[in-house]
Design a protein around this ligand. Structure first.
Ligand code: GAP
Length: 609
């Protein structure tokens, strides 16, 4: 594993094998294959969709339910003014360099990072990237033609569309789910009874027209994010760190990245806060997320938190730490934890017609100076007709935000895109002393933002194993029970009506207690085990002749034969995926036993049999 992007052959082989397995077993594969497929779009097959759903449920449980946050579900297409305000229209760009020979487009910063010692080319100005490409004589990754004389250009990553017929109302597919939360803030704060701090989560699709999508589902053009926007009063709100203070973390702060001999810092959340390495809110979520990732099976020896360097931060962030997982010898960002400050709500407050503030009550009332207007309507009425009220509103806002504008003979305001000069004498402008119970503040935003697809990939990659069983090579996914798409495979040992009926009865019984179960009677038993091992199914149940011999087919209920309402009896073989060990379990105890294995109340070793 390396920090500089080098890839060892063995590691790369794991990804190749995993991508093959994912296609073969229904995890994920390139979409629209019948039409040749198109880069950056993936379909999650039956196993992948189930695993992804389990990851999303686990995220919802931890970051929405357990934290008392609200979840919303907003549209994925939003009108252009949203992205003018958010800054995405102007700044959500990547650097593009086009090959003069084959015409393939590449991310210029990736070409630099992949082939030079520069680790953070994304933060460099374009002319510098052009110079590096020329100096190192970098070539097109697709065809090998020289890129030295090619211009590097900015390319906006948003997918544009038109809302309704014609092009009168441009819109964009959201590049982050966050904007769907920010634009609804005026309503959401009411649901939170105007009390900070409060958090809003959303799990949904985001779209980015990536220049060069790559590495399977790691960099795609449509992906799922799970985001939490926590709205806080930066003066007053502090997290309770007690639950995370002892959590061990591997940190890679900006200062270490910039130092010649810098390296990882092994510490705890509590110490990192005390040492000033982490600010408390970010620290809280790094601690929570570290425990959560571990519970899903992310290998903590291949996991770290890396702070963004100044040039790397998004336009909205004042501080950002990425959760990174090691894949193929490279560190891949799987989540970002940003301090977005007042950036987003201030922008929407400025650009929209709504207020993106929260009224914060003072402990004691305060006397303050306030700029107010009391416009002369006998002047504004005849002058502006139906727009007079809009002019009054604009004057009030102007007085609040820019009292110096009233210093001259006239004041300039804008109504519906038109500029008007109003004589100050007609505005009734004054600065008054007022006693106030509180003030409107723009909350700050702390944002943990998780990429679900990259997490699915990481969980599968870190669970990928190869071993030998009975002299045969075996591949399996050692998935944690919480995310495994199928929890139990049930097989009749052989093609036999009685065994098949009994196996199907067991399937019904296990499904009835909410377990995810698959029935498989195709191929020999060894093949069926291998198939479930590759899928990552933690347990398999085999129904054999001991099962049916040990049961009472008379249906007297004591040793019942299964079927309508009767209890099943006899024993089955229960096989554990990782060890391949097998134990015999009474059918009557099977559902309770497997459920206890799923929740962790029982381990396979503790099981008699
Ligand atoms: N709202 C903040 C935000 O969108 P980001 O770092 O751009 O921050 C958050 O994205 C996460 O979304 C990343 O950590 C990554 O896991 C995931 N992500 C971003 N771009 C992606 C892409 N093209 N394909 C797959 N996942 C992506």
């Amino acid at each position: 594993m390396s920090d500089d992007g080098t890839t060892s052959t063995d590691d790369a082989r794991t990804s190749e094998q995993l991508v093959e397995l994912a296609k073969r077993r229904g995890y994920f594969f390139q979409a629209s294959g019948a039409y040749g497929g198109v880069g950056g779009f993936y379909t999650f097959g039956p196993q992948g969709a189930a695993l992804k759903g389990n990851v999303e449920d686990a995220w919802r449980e931890r970051f929405a339910v357990a934290e008392g946050n609200m979840e919303i579900d907003a549209p994925t297409i939003m009108p252009e003014p949203v992205f003018e305000a958010s800054g995405h229209l102007d700044t959500f760009d990547d650097m593009l360099v086009e090959c003069p020979d084959c015409g393939e487009s590449h991310r210029a910063d990736h070409v630099v990072e992949d082939n030079t010692e520069y680790e953070d080319a994304e933060g460099l100005p374009i002319p510098e990237v052009e110079e590096i490409i020329a100096e190192y004589e970098l070539v097109c990754p697709a065809c090998g033609a020289g890129l030295a004389d090619q211009a590097v250009e900015t390319f906006n990553l948003m997918f544009a569309t038109n809302i309704g017929p014609g092009d009168a109302q441009p819109g964009y597919l959201r590049p982050e789910t966050a904007q769907g939360i920010f634009v609804e803030f005026p309503r959401l704060k009411e649901y939170a009874r105007n009390q900070l701090p409060f958090g809003v989560t959303q799990i949904g699709r985001a779209y980015r027209n990536e220049i060069s999508p790559r590495r399977s589902i790691i960099r795609t053009r449509e992906f799922t994010q799970a985001e939490l926007e926590l709205f806080i009063d930066p003066e007053d709100d502090e997290p309770d760190l007690s639950a995370v203070t002892d959590v061990d973390v591997t940190l890679y702060p900006a200062s270490e990245q910039e130092a010649a001999d810098g390296g990882h810092v092994e510490t705890t959340i509590g110490d990192a806060v005390n040492d000033g390495v982490l600010q408390p809110w970010i620290a809280y979520y790094l601690g929570v997320a570290r425990e959560w990732y571990a519970s899903l099976g992310v290998d903590m020896d291949r996991f770290r938190y890396r702070q963004h360097l100044a040039g790397e931060r998004s336009h909205y962030a004042s501080d950002c730490w990425d959760a990174e997982a090691e894949i193929d010898g490279n560190w891949i960002e799987i989540a970002g934890f940003s301090d977005r400050g007042a950036y987003d709500l201030s922008k929407h407050d400025e650009y929209s017609e709504d207020r993106f503030t929260v009224f914060q009550q003072y402990d004691e009332p305060r006397t303050v100076e306030r700029a107010v207007v009391d416009p002369d309507m006998s002047y504004l009425g005849p002058e502006f007709g139906g727009d007079a009220q809009a002019v009054v509103d604009a004057l009030e806002t102007k007085a609040e935000r820019d009292r110096a504008a009233f210093a001259g003979e006239s004041v300039e305001i804008e109504v519906d895109g038109e500029t008007h000069e109003i004589p100050v004498a007609k505005t009734g402008f004054a600065v008054e002393e007022q006693t106030e119970a509180g003030e409107h503040i723009v909350p700050h935003v702390i944002e943990p933002s998780f990429g679900v697809d990259r997490l699915v990939y990481t969980v599968c990659h870190h669970a990928y194993r190869e071993d030998e069983v009975d002299g045969e090579e075996r591949t399996y996914l050692a998935l944690e029970p919480e995310v495994a798409p199928t929890f139990v495979g049930v097989f009749p040992l052989q093609s036999d009506d009685e065994l098949e009926t009994r196996a199907r009865d067991i399937v019904d019984e296990l499904r009835a207690v909410g377990l995810s179960v698959t029935y498989d009677d195709s191929g020999n038993i060894g093949r069926r085990y291998r198939r479930q091992d590759e899928i990552g199914t933690p347990y398999c149940v085999t129904v054999d002749y001991e099962t049916v011999e040990g049961s009472d087919a008379s249906g007297d209920g004591r040793n019942g034969a299964g079927g309508d309402g009767e209890t099943l009896s006899g024993t089955v073989t229960l096989r554990e995926r990782d060890s391949t060990a097998q134990k015999r379990v009474a059918i009557d105890d099977l559902a309770v036993t497997i459920e206890a294995l799923r929740t962790g109340e029982l381990t396979f070793d503790e099981l008699d049999g």
